[in-house]
Ligand binder design. Structure first.
Ligand SMILES: [Zn+2]
Length: 117
C-alpha cells in the first residue's frame, strides 16, 4: 500500500479533498484509486464529497473559451436589446410629442377658424 495513503487513512480516516479531486480527475495511480474506492464504499461523507467534486469536474471539462464566448454573446445581446429599447423609447416619445403638437395645432386652427366666422 502506498505509504502516503496509508498515513492519510490511519490518521484522518478520510483522504484529503485534493486526493478526492485527483481521484475524480483520474490522476491517481491504480493502487491509490483502489484505496479511495475501498474507502468510498464505507464512507458516506467521502461519497458525497466525490459527488460534489464530480460536478466540479464536469464544469472544468467545458473549455474556458466557450464560457467566455457565451458570456460575451450574452453581454452583446443584453447591450443590443438595451440600446434598442432605449431607441424605441425615444421614438415613442418623439411620436407622442409630435402627436401633441399636431393636436395643439389642430385645436389652434379650429379655434382660429371658429372665431373668424
Ligand atoms: Zn471518508
Amino acid at each position: 500500500m502506498n505509504e502516503h495513503f496509508n498515513d492519510i487513512f490511519v490518521t484522518t480516516g478520510c483522504p484529503s479533498q485534493q486526493q478526492l479531486l485527483d481521484y475524480v480527475q483520474g490522476k491517481l495511480s491504480a493502487a491509490e484509486q483502489h484505496e479511495v474506492e475501498m474507502h468510498l464504499a464505507d464512507c458516506e461523507l467521502c461519497s458525497e464529497a466525490i459527488e460534489g467534486l464530480s460536478a466540479i469536474k464536469e464544469k472544468e471539462k467545458i473549455p474556458g473559451w466557450i464560457i467566455e464566448m457565451k458570456w460575451n454573446l450574452l453581454k452583446q445581446l443584453r447591450l443590443r436589446s438595451r440600446s434598442r429599447r432605449k431607441l424605441e423609447t425615444y421614438i415613442y416619445l418623439a411620436v407622442l410629442i409630435f402627436g401633441i403638437i399636431l393636436l395643439l395645432l389642430g385645436a389652434f386652427w379650429a379655434y382660429y377658424f371658429i372665431n373668424r366666422k
